[in-house]
Design a protein around this ligand. Structure first.
Ligand SMILES: Cc1cc2nc3c(=O)[nH]c(=O)nc-3n(C[C@H](O)[C@H](O)[C@H](O)COP(=O)(O)OP(=O)(O)OC[C@H]3O[C@@H](n4cnc5c(N)ncnc54)[C@H](O)[C@@H]3O)c2cc1C
Length: 485
């Protein structure tokens, strides 16, 4: 199959890139997802930040830079705030018709931790679903050919990237492309304990790294402080914003000992506190201050996920969980990576926006802004697709039973224990040895086989190593990277 632009992924970054690119080029979208709830985008809750009507853009810029511990790239942040705010209105609201909640004065703007103003558009507490459904509807109306339930296994091309090897519907084939955009989302499965939907194995980051692209800032992994300790789903920050408090097993509040803002301290501080309490006991989010008659309407996602016992007692066991990778494939203002004809956008990319930590509700904005930019640039500059001399290998020999699951368990255990919310040099060195061993074991099986599960495992191990290497190199505690020794 040949195309001008190949887009891998159909979350906010991939779908935006494909919609924009298809306005002037032939586009193929390869995506594992078959439903809106199979992307991180579909699971986003709080909303999309954009410059409030009454505010100076500089205030929003300052908030993003401050959240990123001063490590962000100012030009990228300016683009995020100025252009991003415009495309939220022009593309999401006008073109796609996403219906954000309104009050009598226009949009009902929410405020979240780290934001100095009310500037977050939302659709109840299920904003991502509304955005994802609208994107997929528009994508289906476009001229892009969308291959759902298909997996990109690896990039192809000798000098630069000329497309990808893809499997799906019992078939394996190469998509030859003049430009390739990777938008494969998050890395939750590298840790196992995660807020991400299953299948988030950082494929794009790993495939790009294996093809020789520059990858940076991978030590900056954001852990959300309040995921359900047993069932993993996210209990949004907005609950704490509305008055929910964190307590230990004896019902004592503990956040005041960590930060003057208590429960509304920055995410990494709350995550560390919950992690420490959980070492010897169990932290709970006490929802009793917010459980009232309006709770089910205001927080329908939380309400649906909680048991009757939890809503009656108000006490929900919580633990930090992997939530977002701030770093990734290094890209410029148009989403171009360091190697020819390869782009990245969304959580796969490192645009420089987040620095060492991400401000709440800015990742949908980033995926949208860079998705559209990458789609436009790729369409305008796509080379003539080159022929790739690569017959997909047909070898799918047996693997030991439980091979993939066992290796994933090993990976996730070592990543959580040694490269989780709190890290030290000895632990990271041990993790590196274990991951190098794992990589060797997996590589020999992945070579020549066309199994998406095996390639996901290989990719997750590669991403794990990128995180550990970067975390070892960066000896400072900064942003969401916490080094204790
Ligand atoms: C529970 C939760 C709540 C969140 N809340 C918010 C919020 O309120 N505001 C905010 O801004 N951000 C939020 N985030 C973060 C945000 O949702 C994500 O960072 C963002 O949606 C990522 O978009 P993306 O397009 O990069 O990836 P995704 O939306 O994850 O899309 C990735 C796509 O790539 C496909 N894919 C992956 N690998 C392959 C492969 N090898 N071959 C083919 N296809 C592949 C997937 O099927 C999917 O279609 C939240 C995240 C979670 C998990």
């Amino acid at each position: 199959m040949k195309t001008d632009v190949l887009v891998v992924g159909s979350g906010i970054a991939g779908a935006s890139a494909a919609i924009r690119a298809s306005e002037e080029s032939d586009v193929v979208v390869v995506t594992e997802a078959t439903r809106p709830d199979e992307t991180n985008t579909g699971w986003a809750q709080g909303g999309v930040a954009r410059r409030a009507p009454d505010e100076d853009a500089d205030a929003f810029v300052d908030d993003v830079i401050e959240a990123g511990a001063g490590e962000g790239d100012e030009d990228a942040v300016e683009t995020l705030v100025r252009e991003g705010s415009r495309v939220v209105d022009d593309f999401l609201v006008e073109e796609l018709g996403v219906e954000f909640d309104e009050n009598g004065d226009g949009f009902d703007l929410a405020r979240e931790g780290g934001h100095s103003n009310r500037r977050i558009l939302h659709h109840g507490d299920a904003t991502g679903r509304a955005v994802q459904v609208a994107l997929l509807r528009r994508l289906a109306e476009s001229d892009a050919r969308v291959l759902e339930g298909h997996t990109a296994l690896e990039l192809v091309g000798d000098e630069g990237v000329d497309g990808a090897l893809v499997v799906g519907d019992g078939d394996a084939f190469v998509v030859e492309a003049g430009a390739t955009v990777l938008a494969t989302g998050g890395i939750g499965d590298v840790y196992g304990r995660t807020t991400n939907p299953p299948g988030a194995t950082g494929d794009g980051v790993a495939m790009a790294a294996l093809a020789g692209a520059e990858v940076e800032d991978t030590e900056y992994v954001q852990f959300h402080p309040t995921a359900h300790a047993e069932r993993g789903f996210l209990l949004s920050e907005a609950l704490r914003g509305e008055g929910a408090v964190l307590v230990d097993g004896d019902g004592r509040r503990f956040m005041d000992a960590y930060h003057e803002d208590g429960e509304l301290a920055p995410r990494d501080i709350v995550a560390t506190a919950v992690h420490e309490v959980n070492r010897d006991g169990q932290a709970y989010l006490d929802l009793s201050p917010v459980i009232d008659d309006g709770f089910a309407d205001e927080f329908p996602t939380a309400y649906e996920n909680l048991t009757d016992e939890e809503t009656d007692s108000g006490l929900v066991p919580v633990a930090p969980s992997e939530h977002f990778l701030c770093g990734g494939v290094v890209v410029d203002e148009n989403g171009r990576s360091s190697i020819d004809r390869l782009y990245a956008a969304g959580e796969t990319a490192r645009t420089g926006v987040h620095g060492a930590n991400r401000l709440a509700s800015t990742s949908l904005l980033e995926g949208l802004t860079w998705g559209l930019r990458a789609g436009e640039h790729a369409a305008e500059n796509a080379a003539e697709p080159r022929s790739v001399d690569r017959e997909p290998d047909a070898f799918n020999g047996d693997m030991p039973e439980g091979f993939v699951d066992t290796k994933f368990d090993r990976l996730q255990k070592v990543m959580w224990e040694k490269a989780g919310p709190v890290r030290d040099e000895d632990g990271l060195r041990e993790a590196r040895v274990e991951l190098q061993r794992l990589r060797g074991e997996v590589k020999s099986y992945a070579r020549g086989r066309l199994s998406p599960e095996l390639h996901s495992l290989r990719n997750a191990v590669v991403v794990g190593l990128l995180i550990v290497e970067a975390a070892l190199e960066n000896e400072e505690t900064v942003g969401c990277h916490r080094r204790v020794a």
